[in-house]
Write a protein that binds this ligand. Sequence first.
Ligand code: ZN
Length: 477
Amino acid sequence: MCDLCRRSFIRGMAAFGAVSTLPSPLLAQAQTAATGRAGPLPARGEFVIRNGFVLTMDGALGDIPRGSVHVRNGEIVAVGADVNAPGAEVIDATDMIALPGLIETHWHMWNTLFRSFAGDEQAHGYFPTVARYGAQMSPDDMYQGARLSAAEAIYSGMTTVHDWCHNIRSREHAERDIQALKESGIRARFSYGWAQGQDDKTILNLSDVEAVNRDWKNHSGDGLLTLGLGWRGKFRAGPLPENVYRPELEAARGMGLPVTVHIQSRKDPPGQIEAHAKENLLGKDIQLVHAVWATPDELKMVKDAGATISIATTSDLRIGFGLPPVSDFLAAGIPCGISVDTSALIGSSSMFGVMRNVRDAENARTLSEFKLKARRVLELATIEGARSMGIDDKVGSLKPGKRADIITVTTRALNMGAFLDPAHLLVGSALPENVDTVVVDGRILKRAGKLTAVDAGQVVADARATVEDIRKRANWR
Ligand SMILES: [Zn+2]
């Protein structure tokens, strides 16, 4: 039980005068309710999603207007218009679109707790606020941030997230954040980063990263979670010394971990990608985040190195970084995914909203109604996002042999009427509450619009109590 939860639990129990008189099974039950700690995840069974408009996002299988997806023990075993699945539980998807679960590629899940921060002046902007709050966070606070984010992710149809964790103040901070991911049942990469406020001249505690990596079997939740490195690269507010950025990267490469780095989100200093390319720091294992001001020459370097890009249009718009040249990334042949980045900036962390912004901002930038098509953006949120994260052999499309990460979205809601083109409907209109069913690795984590393994009210209540406590400790507005 976290300290904060223990305090509120004891307060709650004391209100009933019941702390010492509760029989132990009840006490255990009450403790579970107070911590909101997840119970066991739903079992992976056998079921068939029937009568949906199936967007397989697979080139050969295409769209199936009245299709079915048959799942057994976490694996997709059949997809088609005519699927025979005797004995399988039927999930009726009439008037629904069935598609691969949405894939998110860069999200600072710990700071979702600061979603409603009052950042209307420079002194209280995003960076000073998350630094001030972040410095106060305990391992339990990290757990609450990741838990809130993961619950919202599943509710809104994400089945894979990239937890970009740049507030690791101790190994326990990392482990509690990972625990929240594991309990949620979501598929995720956890990228191990530095601590807010850490001096850029100080190297990451690499022995902690190595210890977590060695122990990964105990963290990975049946292999749903993988580990990566959240790297500072050569530039943050200023340049980093070589004796920081190089050993960090070499350590990750030594462990075979994928690496992610924020780069050229702002215009200055220019040439950040080129500076990395010149020192041979780019590669197939590197994900570049933002790249708003990448030049055409630099995009060629990214392509030649085999690196990928995580597009963060929504946060770029909110914080004023600029408009990322998404169609230039795509024209260069760089594998791309799209991302939430931070709920503190973007608010509601719906991938439908993120897709809409990616399309609309790119059309605005290029002065064209037709530049970025809804179908292409939907690919970025599914199969292309999976490719950019190196997991397209497992997920990203609905195809026999892949893991069962599937969502259904109702078209019966007012905001979804009426149905002409499914990709345009999803990108232009869909909201998290339109997601009816969410399946991750064969486990049904949302059904009939409700989370099955998480008490959403409890998650929000715990997050609210946590952020109030952090705010007091931080003495910040
Ligand atoms: Zn970021």
